[in-house]
Structures are given as C-alpha cells and as structure tokens.
Ligand binder design. Sequence first.
Ligand SMILES: [Zn+2]
Length: 569
Amino acid sequence: MPYPIDFSEYFDYEALTAHLKGLAAAYPTLATLASIGRSFQGRDIWALTLTNPATGPDTDKPAFYIDANIHAEEVATTSVALYTAWYLLENYGTDPEVTWLLDNTAFYILPRTNPDGAEISLKTPHHWCGNGRYKPGEEQTYGLVQRDVNGDGLIVQMRIEDPAGEWKVSQRDPRLMILRQPGDVADGPYYRLFREGVVVGEWDGSLNSLTFHLPRDGNLNRNFPAGWRPEFRQYGAGDFPLSEPESRAVAEFILTHRNIAGMQCYHTHGGVHLRPSLVAPDATLPRADLALYKRIGAMGTALTGYPVISVYEEFTAEPDKPRVGSLMQWSYDEMGIVTFSTELWNPELAAGIAEPAKYQLRARSEDDELALLRYNDEHLGGAGFVNWTPFDHPQLGKVEIGGWTHMYTFRNPPPASLAKTDKAREFLPTTLHTNCLFTLKHAAVAPLVRISAVRAERLADGLYKVSALVGNVGFLPTNMTEIAKAHGTAGTVKATLSGAEVVMGPTTQDLGHLAGRDDRVATWSPWMREWGQTGRVVEWLVRAEAGSEVTLTAGADRAGVHRQTVKLD
Ligand SMILES: [Zn+2]
C-alpha cells in the first residue's frame, strides 16, 4: 500500500518518527523500524532495515548503510535518507533496479543520528552543530554569545561603526558588507561585524576587548575511534572516543552489522561527494582503492553534478590540522568500507556563480556576494537576508542588526514555504532524487557470493564427490578494499557442506578472498593486465545414503550468504 510523504518541507522529530512508523506499517514485509539507542535528551535514534525477506534475511546479504543529520543544522540530509527509504519501498516490484537491490542486498537507513541537535536547529534560531548536550548558548561561557537580541526569531549579525573596523558598505548594494582593503583609509564609514548576541562574563565595555569564540559544543563527527584527539587538538571531540550516546549507538550498529559493504554519510553543504582521506594526501592511499573511489564516485557526479574530492586534499582549510575522529575516517581508514560523505546543496551554484568557493574555504568576491543577494531577491523573495535595522543593544548601545539568515539559504535548500520561483521549488526535490539514485548505484557494487555448477558424482556405494563453483558476481572484491584486506576487516569466503559426513578434508573450506569484476577492468589495455580469480571450485568427499540431500553454504562477511541443495543419486 503506498505511503505518500510530502518532501517539500523539513521534518521535525515528531513528523520524522511518524513517517518512519508509517513506512514500516505500509510495507511490513520489506521494512523494519528499530530504535538503536537514545540521544542525550532521550529521543530515539531510528534505523530502518529494508530488504525482501523472501530471498533471505538482511544479515545474509551485503548491506548499504546511510546515515544523516549527525550535524544538527543539516536537515536536508534527513530528507534525502527518508526519501531513499520511501523510493525503495515505493518502487519495489516495478523498478527492476530497486527490485534487484532489495532482493539481493539490504539497506540500513539512519535518517537522523543527532535528533536533539536537529530539533534545536529546526525550532530555535541558534546556529548549532552538536548533540544538544548543552542548552543553547551555554557552551559559550564568556565573550559574545549568540542570541536573538531583537526577538525576531533569527540570529543574524550586528554591525557597529568603528574607525578601526575591517568592513565597509559595498557601493553596489547597501546591504552588502565587504572587506576593507589594507590601504583603505578614506572611504568609510568602517564597521565591525559580530554574530547577533549578548556579552557574557567580565567585560570592560570596549569593542577592542570583546571576544568571540566559535561554539564549542560537541561535534559527534569528531567522536569516532579513528585518529581521535582531545578537545585542545580537535574541537568537538568529546571526552573520549564514543563518549556521546549518539555516536556510540551508530558505532555499535555498524560493528554488529558485519555485512555493511558500502556507506554514505550525508552532510550539508557544498555540493561535493567527499571521499577519503581526511588526514593524508592521495599518494598515501592504496592505488586500487583510489581507483575504486574514482569509478564509483564518477557515477555520483553523473547523477548529481557534484565533483568527487578528497577531504584532505581539497576540503581542509589547514593541511597541518586535518579533521580527525570522523565517521568516514573510521569506516574507511580503519575498516576499509567504501564510504562517501556527500555535502548536499551548493547555494552558490544555485545563485549562478560559475566557480563557487568550496565550503567556507575562501572569502567570496563582491561579484559572488551580489549574485547571492540576487538569488535571495529573486528566488526567496528576500527572505534569506535581513535588512540592516537600528537597534538599541542593552550592552553595546547603538547597533544595526541584519545580514544573511543561514538555515535555509546556505545550510539547506529552501523548503517550498520559502521558495518563490519554480526553479527554487526544484532545488530540494532534485537534491533528494539525484543523491538517492547515486546511493542505489553505490549499493549495487557490493561483492556478492553465489554458488553455481553444483555436482554430485557417485564414486562407490554411499561415497560421493560433491563439487561446486563458488564465485563473486559483484563489482567489488570480497575484501572490498586494500585497506580492509590489510586490516582483516572483511572476512574471507567460506564454503560449508552440511547434511552428510565429510570423509576427507574440512567441512568448511576457506577460499580466501575472491576478486570482483572491477579487477578485470583495464580499459586501455586488457591484454597487459593480470586479474585475480573471481571464483574457485570446491570439492568434498562425503559418505551418505543414496537419495539424501546435502546443502552447500558459501559466503563472506561483506558479500552475502548463498545456499544450494543437491541430491545424491
Ligand atoms: Zn556536516
């Protein structure tokens, strides 16, 4: 029975929970909903398991893992995860690709791993990243603290005239503040810009002694046990790896699902498919893994238009301080699971900027800022920018409050209620659909063990030779990546015979790893390349009564389990 969902607006915890329960109820065979733990404030962290149980339980199939909204403000990621679940369920039985995926693989979809933080972002004006472990603002114990000073429901900016200010008003649009150049001395007035807020703690009343610290709330995506470093080195890291209930629930889920063969951890924003490494140059990655990432990622670029980039090489502001303790560092660098962290949505592309700055890595030009203001005026009816308005600040005196809103301009595509043009109404649904399709393609590359050519040969009365070909019919090798092979995090292929007495050799045979069809891809020179075996013949010598049946079971951690039965005549 279809379960329609309106994806044109974002979902708070209650709406998300209702939709997840609605989907599970509408598709009771294909979908199972479970809570994998509780957030700090007691909300459920939901995980939806999707597969066709008639072709085997999820644990007997390679699985694709999707999580979203680990960062509070990134609510569009929840929408794409929920959309993907809905799309798979809605199209099972009619779309051949979806049907194949749910028959042969499983999906684990965690649409909101930080439900406390998301609720703060959806329902208060605070800029928030962490898991709501602190009440809004309390993480900043001194200096300027973000707060909705004028009570308009938004936290934007305050500008204060100051001869020593580093900002001035653009001659091309009075809303736009541009940086004062080093030699500018006579084209003032000049301004200081601050986050809208109040001063907490001791302060002598001078702007020069006013400090502003970035909020130091916990960042769940720095709390994973890979390269973890304490707070002084990595902001948001938490007290120790997996100290937070949300990251711990996610890690335990991943560790107890050894069949996870691919991952997508969604973020906003940037319009890029991020890949490893987070901490080292590409030259240090295994070449085969880098090639895999490029081939799989290219399918994403074809669908979404997002480039595939290395976090370390192209997305790190300070190469001497790479981000550590993230989920993707743990899942790839430690476990060798091919993981992408897609940063959905690029507002600069939406504004028609030809060469967008990569997410906050450089200042935008005046032309680019003006293009963004035009985007705001045309597509959002001006709702993304608050015009500068004088305000009597209780501590700072005369200020002007204004500037960009954040949540539905830069952080997330505009929901339908903010979008004022047909084009703007398309940004969100296009983001959901194209990214969903990429994950289906990524899910389909999993290694997949299959038994074929099963034979039973009678050698003497009650003595049989049973043989079969155990093969990997998937794209990836059964070890998935070189990292997983080196770290031993993907179990080898094992074949077991049951139902008769094995009289020679082991009942369970370890076949090691089997190559995938990617191993045979040598586009420029196929005759120059060697490739590994994608299958091996296994044999057992068994004693059994004529007419009895034996069962062959073959599988690997990340490549599924397959069974075949043969009659001994
Ligand atoms: Zn993020």
